[in-house]
Design a protein around this ligand. Structure first.
Ligand SMILES: Cc1cc2nc3c(=O)[nH]c(=O)nc-3n(C[C@H](O)[C@H](O)[C@H](O)COP(=O)(O)OP(=O)(O)OC[C@H]3O[C@@H](n4cnc5c(N)ncnc54)[C@H](O)[C@@H]3O)c2cc1C
Ligand code: SF4
Ligand code: SF4
Ligand code: SF4
Length: 360
């Protein structure tokens, strides 16, 4: 277990959570997450309200075969071949409010970031950010597992426009919230030293006042994962504690992606770079995978397991009992990874819980 390596796939906020857990191992206990595959993300939905919305529109969620967002339309392809489609603005009621203050569209601090915007239908846009990420994509190309093409200028411009729009709109939302004393502490400037000193005083009650009660929690599960006394539970879309905090512990406040984030974790100059820093960007199609877009995520995770580069991967599959409800998993089985392909648009934690159970 000590030498175990894990690759994760997740939204930008989940990637930030994993980065913070690993940045402060003396406080949080760290994690074996070694490779981070980030997804582009404009927003996420509440499962309960999405289900209710579909019911109101006479759509049985059990009959939905595919869910996608294309050209500002939310599309549900049903098993009988018909489609229920609404403009994304009509889905505002079930978009999680914390997404309004999110300043990252393309998971800027991942090894590889992947989304659909920028590439033709059936292809994934893949942003390679680190040498580790580059090695993975080159190996997959060499093995013939993926086909790649340059991103067309039109696609790249569209991607940059959308990313810029998210960053600038949400920057205004952050300023508005700060002006009415609803803190968005993760975007405040703080030095590493200030952060380390400040968190010494912070326990769950501070997490509650600065993040949870402010509607800024992204439900990533990092607080639950790092709590040494296991008193944090996540229920009804909210972390809470059952019991008292250990004296001197400030792990949850340190790990949370919505408390203070220093320059070393998320450089501030990324706010002015629509899609972050990168080495290369390509359109990718995974030849043997039926994924949400080009199947790039599934091809990468399967390759990492097959080659023994990681021992396990965090994925988000579908709950067996509830159609389209995301279920985070930790697995070493390629078949399970392939089965989990496809986007579940409602909010999910990452596989921290499964990892914690394994650690216990
Ligand atoms: C909430 C959300 C919002 C998104 N918004 C955008 C967007 O605005 N623009 C854009 O271009 N792309 C967006 N994406 C990404 C896009 O939908 C595809 O996931 C991406 O293009 C990868 O496609 P693929 O065919 O390579 O992946 P696949 O090979 O199909 O694999 C998809 C992977 O995503 C993981 N996954 C599925 N649901 C979730 C979830 N809820 N949380 C974390 N991981 C999950 C699965 O574990 C699976 O491994 C979003 C994804 C999510 C989860
Ligand atoms: S906070 Fe919302 S918009 Fe931002 S990465 Fe997380 S799910 Fe996506
Ligand atoms: S013991 Fe308290 S302060 Fe420490 S991680 Fe758990 S809830 Fe947070
Ligand atoms: S409070 Fe917990 S679940 Fe919510 S964002 Fe912070 S670490 Fe994640």
């Amino acid at each position: 277990m000590n030498d175990e390596k894990i690759a994760m796939v997740g939204t930008p906020c989940q990637v930030l959570a994993a980065t913070k857990v690993n940045k402060y191992p003396d406080i949080t206990g760290g994690s074996p997450i070694d490779i981070k595959i980030g997804l582009f993300c404009m927003e996420t939905f509440s499962y309960k309200y999405m289900r209710m919305f579909l019911e109101e529109n006479q759509v049985d969620i059990n009959e939905v075969k595919e869910c996608s967002i294309e050209q500002n339309q939310l599309k549900f392809l049903k098993k009988d071949g018909t489609t229920f489609e609404v403009p994304l603005v009509k889905a505002e009621g079930f978009i999680r409010k914390n997404c309004d203050i999110c300043s990252d569209y393309t998971a800027d601090i991942s090894d590889i970031s992947i989304g659909s915007i920028g590439s033709p239908k059936g292809w994934s846009t893949v942003i390679i950010r680190t040498p580790k990420g580059q090695e993975i994509i080159e190996a997959l190309e060499k093995q013939g597992q993926i086909e790649t093409r340059p991103i067309e200028e039109k696609g790249l411009n569209l991607l940059k426009r959308i990313a810029t729009s998210k960053k600038s709109t949400n920057r205004i939302n952050i300023q508005k919230r700060e002006a009415i004393s609803r803190p968005v502490v993760y975007r405040r400037e703080v030095s590493e030293e200030e952060f380390q000193n400040f968190v010494q005083e912070c326990q769950f009650e501070n997490l509650e006042s600065d993040v949870i009660s402010e509607g800024a929690c992204v439900l990533c599960g990092a607080c639950e994962f790092v709590c040494p006394t296991n008193i944090i539970k996540i229920h009804d879309r909210k972390p809470y504690i059952k019991g008292s905090c250990e004296e001197g512990c400030h792990a949850c406040y340190t790990a949370c992606p919505r408390t203070y984030v220093t320059e070393a974790v998320l450089p501030r100059n990324l706010d002015d770079k629509p899609i972050g820093d990168y080495l290369d960007i390509k359109a990718v199609n995974a030849n043997f995978i039926e994924g949400q877009d080009g199947g790039a995520v599934t091809a990468i995770l399967s390759y990492l397991l097959k080659e023994g580069i990681v021992d396990k991967v965090f994925i988000v599959s579908e709950d067996e009992e509830k159609a389209w409800k995301p279920k985070p998993r930790l697995t070493s089985d390629i078949g399970t990874v392939v089965k989990a392909a496809g986007t579940k648009y409602s909010v999910a934690s990452i596989g921290f819980k499964a990892l914690k159970e394994e650690k216990a």
